[in-house]
Ligand binder design. Structure first.
Ligand code: ZN
Length: 152
């Protein structure tokens, strides 16, 4: 596994729409592993492929230690409720924002074996689904934040 460089806001790659994964190649599996390592090393709870310069619809999330969620070609298929809370991004260091997101989100995606699965998350996980899937369409949470905060 290898730790990858995380692109920062201002890099045009973060603003591009990512293409779906057609075939789950060994390269995709290596990318998933490297993204998980990179996310953990940066103390993040989620990372999207464009953040490491790869314009493919791939996301990793780990809001609870040891419970890694890998999403290939994810789509939100249902959501409900609302939450307003703090949100940050590894590509926007040193800043936080208050966002409004759904409280419950269900995502349909492929796993690393190419099987379709659905996963529902609430609270922080629902927020992470929205945040990371937005990255795949070139959107950052700072675009929709109700308020931005600087750390310190
Ligand atoms: Zn982010």
């Amino acid at each position: 596994m290898a730790k990858l460089r995380i692109l920062k806001v201002g890099d045009s790659t973060l603003r591009k729409v990512c293409r779906p994964v057609d075939t789950i190649t060994p390269r995709v599996l290596t990318l998933l592993d490297d993204m998980a390592e990179t996310m953990r090393a940066a103390n993040g709870v989620g990372l999207a492929a464009p953040q490491v310069g790869v314009l493919r619809r791939i996301v990793v999330i780990e809001v609870e230690e040891g419970q890694l969620i890998e999403l290939i070609n994810p789509k939100i298929i249902a959501y409900s409720g609302e939450q307003e809370s703090e949100e940050g991004c590894l590509s926007v260091p040193g800043r936080w924002g208050i966002t409004r997101r759904p409280m419950h989100v269900t995502v349909r995606a492929l796993n690393r074996k190419g099987e379709t699965f659905d996963i529902t998350g609430s609270g922080l996980l629902a927020k992470a689904f929205c945040h990371e899937l937005d990255h795949l369409d070139g959107k950052l949470y700072i675009d929709c934040a109700l308020q931005m905060l600087d750390t310190e």
